[in-house]
Write a new protein. Structure first.
Length: 295
């Protein structure tokens, strides 16, 4: 991954599983090829959508190594190395760097939460230790804590922190931290229903769940906006809004895996505590995907 941050659609890739719950590497390869063929600008693996919270370190390393080899440098591979334990996040980050990852997605210390200085040191410890670029991940709905505006200001100056995935859903917060954006520190929308509003604030793209099922459309939505075709970008955001919302009708990644299965991608199921969605929700998702022309 270049020190110049990626622009466009960065897919938050699902991790496909076999019936016995093991990682399905054959399907993972097919998904990677699907994105390489459909204009996805980078792969973000082992994040929330990738169910990394239920995977072992050995599985994480295997997925990272496989993905890096399969992609073979054609687009950046960014690995989610986050943990609530700074030492564990550091160990994972160093492992992914050795395995060839182009960048890291690092998260706030969930459950522990920590104070202001602790959160700063949590991120700085990793950024100081690795040579590949790091992207902060702000998702307080998942972690129970947010990266304060003051800490964004401090961390944006770190030479090895190149951006933030902003997934709070709070447009006011996004506007406040937008003042720290530069050529060296960018923002990615972490919410697919807010891609265009975030781009209007200066975001460089999206780390997207939607891109799992609509990679070409998600790429186009971002690039249309960045290249001045604002109406086309807005129209595509609105056209896909219903299916975007239905991809979160239950907790992510349950709906997006179901959506991929409806598309014939056969990515398998989930690991507990996640389990299949209700029939009513499945039908709602099926209808909106059909209306969007995805199935």
């Amino acid at each position: 991954m270049s020190r110049i941050p990626v622009r466009g659609s960065l897919v938050a890739l699902v991790t496909p599983f076999n019936e016995d719950g093991s990682v399905n590497f054959e399907k993972l390869g097919e998904l990677i090829d699907f994105h390489l063929e459909n204009e996805t600008d980078a792969l973000v693996i082992l994040g929330t959508t990738g169910e990394s919270s239920t995977m072992s370190h050995e599985e994480d390393n295997a997925v990272c190594e496989y993905t890096v080899k399969r992609v073979a440098g054609r687009i950046p591979v960014i690995c989610g190395s986050g943990s609530n334990d700074t030492r564990t996040m550091l160990e994972k980050s160093l492992a992914f760097e050795r395995l060839g990852a182009d960048g890291l997605l690092i998260i706030t210390p969930y459950y522990n939460k920590a104070n202001e200085e602790g959160i700063y040191r949590h991120f700085a410890t990793v950024a100081d230790a690795v040579k590949i670029p790091c992207i902060l991940y702000n998702v307080p709905g998942r972690t129970g804590c947010s990266i304060s505006e003051a800490n964004v200001a401090r961390l944006s100056k770190h030479p090895n922190i190149i951006g933030i995935k902003e997934a709070s859903g709070n447009i006011s917060y996004a506007a406040k931290i937008a003042r720290y954006l530069s050529d060296d520190f960018v923002m990615y929308s972490g919410n697919d229903d807010m891609i265009v509003p975030m781009l209007a604030l200066g975001a460089s793209g999206v780390i997207s769940v939607l891109a799992n099922v609509a990679p070409r459309e998600t790429h186009r939505m971002v690039m249309d906006f960045l290249e001045g075709r604002v109406k086309e970008s807005r129209d595509l955001q609105l056209k896909l809004l219903e299916v975007t919302n239905d991809l979160f009708i239950e907790v992510n990644p349950i709906p997006v895996k179901e959506a991929l299965n409806l598309m014939g991608k056969d990515v398998g199921g989930y690991r507990l505590p996640l389990c299949p969605m209700t029939e009513a929700h499945r039908e709602t998702l099926r209808r909106s995907m059909a209306a969007a022309g995805l199935i």
